[in-house]
Design a protein around this ligand. Sequence first.
Ligand SMILES: [Zn+2]
Ligand SMILES: [Zn+2]
Length: 468
Amino acid sequence: MSPDTDSDDDWTKYADTGYESSYDPWADMVATEDVEEDEFEDEFEDYDEDQISIREIPRCPAPAGIEHAIRIGTCDHCLGRIAGVRIAGDPLDTVGERVRSQALERDPDLKLNDDVDCCPFCEDLFLDLDLISSRISNAIKGIECSKVQLGIHFAKDQIAAEEALRASIAATGSRPLKATLSDVVQAAVANKVPGITWVKERPEVMILFDTLTLGVNVDIRALFLYGRYRKLERGVPQTRWPCRACRGREGGCESCNGTGQQYPYSIQSLVCEPLVERTEAKSDAFHGMGREDIDVRCIGNGRPFVAELKSPLHRTLDLEKLMKEINKAAKGKVEVTGLRYSNRPEVSRIKETQAEKSYTIRFSCEHGLDEEEITKRIHSLSGQTLEQQTPQRVAHRRADKVRKRKVMSIDNIQVVDHEIEFDVRCESGTYVKELVHSDEGRTNPSVAGVLEADCEVIWLDVKDIHAD
Ligand SMILES: [Zn+2]
Ligand SMILES: [Zn+2]
């Protein structure tokens, strides 16, 4: 507002004459420095007269207030919520209609002002209720959802203008536009789409309705399924892996046979494809509790994972049956157990869990030692803390540093000529192949170190993930 002292003084005078404190007749005034003094006075005179006419009108539910609301074009829904006569149980527009006909009985000449083009409270949004609820119903047609949330977007100044108008003529305690529109839209949609429940948090489907365009945007929240996978075949990556030659481009290339994938299948594709098909999801993501190398199997109880199905059309699933379908289609490459419903927080949980793991590893070694000596030396590593410098094989994608990892226990050491096998349980993040061959001395101590001989890993299995 202009710091002009004259206008400040004038306002003070009017403020003392009993205006509604919440109504600020200056709200729409634009601050300006260079307005001519006499122009300002003229505007002020006009404003003055308007204000006096409004000031003489009492607020609803006074009959004169209701008549004023009708004259300025208030719709039945808005009349129902601002008149201050609502009887519990009746729909707003029914209440509004009744209020209007009572006012007409009192004054048969009561009519709209000439300049009315829409309801000043809702800009005729309630008149579009049927259109709005139809658009929303159509937008969620075919989407299985029981918990739905509605978000309504208004232009900011519309809400402010409605608040100001309500503060000046509505009965005290009348409900705001946004909450009221939300209620009636929800009720209308629930009539059209049986079985939905409106929620305020964690919906399966989020509907965003824009009052400016009457546009409806539907966001189907992802469906999460938890399970464990056993990887029974070597050479299978955990997640899809774009072709190195074509970087996974649409249609692929010659070297990937047009698949765009470096490997014909992955744990992710074997587990998620049947799920995507069943749920009609748009896409999937696969979150494992860590991952094993491509050439490493994962047996025992398997590795925990959460499959994320994005924008699914179906959520009610026969998980036992689906699991059987996955396992059958995977033909012994992968086996899923314990499939159950999950949620996004569990993705973080399994990503963050630092589970100890047990492995079985087999390697060859030109040792020249007897079995007892080998067993004794390998056992000496049990309980030791390893210092592992980032292995050369992963150095291109991991920071080069030394990690300390503890070997919890070593068991079942078996020696068959120059091939040795043992079970080892160790801390999360231990490089187990490097524990054996030492990675040219970058892991210390190591099996190669204690045997004083070169060791070559033949295979490695994850035997168990001690997650829960
Ligand atoms: Zn209205
Ligand atoms: Zn390719």
